[in-house]
Design a binder for this molecule. Structure first.
Ligand code: ATP
Length: 613
């Protein structure tokens, strides 16, 4: 018990120090807002004094001028108070929005600097919730801490002081009610917090279940999984209703107890105070003011009791944010000049985190500048991993990856990446126009350059036929492009950069042979860009890399063969085997052109066929 109390205290201290970390850049504004809100709260305490004055002085006096002055003072005071309250509310809101927006921006900035490994070990939905919704959850905590708390404390102190000043004996009656109110609020704090947590978790499960079904809707339908999905969603949906009902019961009980306690408190004031009025030791105005103050105190007392709850809720969000912001960003070296030279892997050994087996084992290969190198091999052989290391998306644990003999780790990251262009396996495009997508890496590229790149990528023809040509919006709110069209836009995007190293990951794997021919032309356009472009192509259709300068055959993370197509065929090794497999499957398939090799994605090392055509 004592240990858990200490843990609570330590965690509250940790929360406060983190909260201070978030708020310290805004010190002056926090103090300003707190003063304004405290001032507004102190003004509120003057209200019952007007009533007391009216009952005890103005009404018994019966003079019209006094009524007039009293009316003017009353109206002026409440106008002033409304202005102060508006100012406090607005500045507190503006401050909170500013802090949350800055925190969100910092988190997003940091997110973009994280290494690829950080993105591969957390679902993208969860990562984006860290930068979008978690900062929102800070709002309650910042508002509670930065502004409200000070106002509420001032209200409690000022009102309590006034009560004692007016009549300390009657003030004692209040002192019995207030701790009772505080106790009721405190008693329900934990169950309500637990319920809120469960509600958030259930909402997250509801969202995850529906998102999964929606994004896999074709699989759901193909395997008649609707009923199963309905049941999964229904279970969470029912749980959501149940927890909300339970929570509502607790809230109802708490509100009921608070009402009873404060009404009994008013009753006690009426009885004790009424007796004092009868005995002449208290005026009627004072009693009325006392009752008003008792009502005024309830809000601040409950807010102060709920302060810890707000802190805990905000802390959960702050912890998730800190986990992200405390992750080390990718780091590069100082070299800004990336020379033209061979790209080499020297005795590279690489394992993905938590993987049992290394993905690459003592792999060495050298690609001369201007060459087109092809990586082939079974599924899981390590082809994409080689591309990942050359793009420095990951670093090897042993050995080096170099350009012109210089370790990639010594180059400034941005400088290195400006020299590497990527056409990924699934070339997802960004929302915006076709032209925006082509000039993604070169936002200032003139229209002619964009068009030229599209022509080289064999994309100009279809782009011209779109509704608005290069200005056609694509993505969610625009046209949908076919897989082949997307790839050609992605190739145009790569052509437009002046990258010296091109990584082409399985760009032709999902295309029919007609589209493949079109893409092949696009790639020829790209390879023809100049002798400085070193291309590394991962292609599953061996026909697409027949003309590559060197073909590297990987198996199980090792290089097993290398050389040009004809040489490798003549050698009769693993490449020849893959080639023969493709021919055999092509002959078996009912294709009009059996000479066209099918896609080899997963020919296992044992030689059994697992090709897809
Ligand atoms: N992010 C990752 N985390 C853990 N293991 C991974 C990761 N990516 C790949 N691997 C593993 O590393 C090995 C090499 O994978 P890689 O993607 O390089 O193969 P590949 O030859 O490109 O395969 P494919 O042709 O199927 O794309 C495989 O065993 C794979 O399961």
């Amino acid at each position: 018990m004592a240990a858990s109390d200490r843990d609570d205290r330590e965690s509250t201290l940790a929360i406060l120090s983190r909260l201070w970390g978030v708020l310290s850049p805004y010190k002056a504004r926090v103090i300003g807002v707190a003063l304004l809100i405290s001032f507004s709260a102190a003004l509120e305490a003057a209200g019952p004094q007007f009533v007391r004055y009216a009952f005890d002085v103005v009404i018994p006096g019966g003079r019209s001028t006094l009524f007039l002055w009293f009316g003017l003072a009353f109206a002026g005071f409440y106008l002033f108070r409304a202005i102060v309250e508006y100012g406090g509310m607005y500045w507190s809101f503006a401050l909170t929005q500013q802090v949350v927006s800055d925190v969100r921006m910092q988190a997003y900035d940091h997110l973009l600097t994280l290494p690829v490994s950080r993105f591969s070990n957390e679902q993208s939905g969860s990562l984006s919730s860290r930068v979008v919704s978690d900062p929102n959850a800070l709002k309650g905590m910042i508002q509670a801490a930065a502004s409200r708390l000070s106002g509420q404390l001032v209200a409690i102190l000022v009102v309590a002081g006034l009560l004692v000043w007016m009549n300390w004996k009657l003030a004692l009656v209040n002192l019995v009610v207030l701790p009772l109110l505080a106790f009721v609020t405190y008693y329900y704090q934990e169950p309500l917090r637990t319920a809120s947590r469960s509600i958030r978790e259930t909402v997250a499960r509801l969202t995850a279940t529906s998102t999964e079904a929606i994004s896999n809707i074709r699989v759901v339908k193909a395997f008649v999984g609707e009923e199963q999905e309905r049941e999964r969603f229904g279970t969470h949906n029912q749980r959501y209703v149940d927890i909300n009902l339970d929570r509502r019961k607790d809230v109802g009980k708490m509100e009921g107890l608070i009402n009873i306690t404060s009404n009994y408190g008013t009753g006690a004031l009426l009885l004790v105070g009424g007796w004092m009025v009868v005995s002449g030791s208290l005026s009627l105005g004072e009693l009325t003011a006392f009752i008003m103050y008792q009502r005024q105190l309830q809000g601040p007392v409950q807010s102060v009791m709920f302060f810890n709850d707000k802190l805990q809720a905000g802390m959960a969000a702050l912890e998730r944010l800190s986990e992200l912001v405390d992750t080390d960003p990718e780091t590069g070296g100082d070299r800004e000049e990336v020379p033209v030279g061979p790209v080499e892997l020297e005795d590279v050994r690489f394992s993905y985190p938590d993987a049992d087996e290394p993905a690459l084992r003592d792999l060495s290969l050298r690609i001369e500048p201007g060459e087109t190198a092809a990586l082939v091999g079974s599924s899981g052989a390590g082809k994409s991993t080689v591309a990942n290391l050359i793009g420095r998306f990951w670093d090897p644990q042993e050995g080096r990856v170099t350009v012109d003999g210089i370790d990639l780790r010594s180059f400034e990251l941005q400088a290195l990446r400006e020299h590497v262009a990527l056409v990924p396996q699934d070339p997802t495009l960004f929302s915006g126009t076709v032209a925006d997508n082509i000039r993604y890496a070169e936002p200032d590229a003139p229209d002619e350059a964009v068009r030229h790149a599209a022509e080289m990528a064999n994309a100009h023809g279809f782009i011209q036929q779109l509704v608005d040509g290069y200005d056609t919006q694509i993505g969610e709110r625009g046209v949908r492009l076919s897989g082949g069209q997307k790839q050609r836009v992605a190739i145009a995007r790569a052509i437009l950069t002046d990258a010296r190293i091109l990584l082409l990951d399985e760009a032709t794997s999902d295309l029919d042979s007609e589209s493949e021919a079109v893409i092949q032309d696009a790639l020829d356009g790209l390879f023809a860009r100049g002798d400085q472009l070193t291309s590394i192509v991962i292609a599953h259709r061996l026909s697409t890399i027949e003309n590559a300068d060197t073909i590297y055959v990987l198996e199980d993370g090792r290089l097993v063969e290398q050389g040009p197509h004809d040489e490798l065929l003549a050698e009769g090794g693993r490449y020849a085997e893959l080639w023969a497999l493709q021919r055999r499957d092509a002959d078996r398939s009912a294709r009009p052109n059996p000479a066209e090799p099918p896609v080899v994605t997963s020919a296992p090392v044992d030689g059994s066929s697992s090709t897809r055509s």
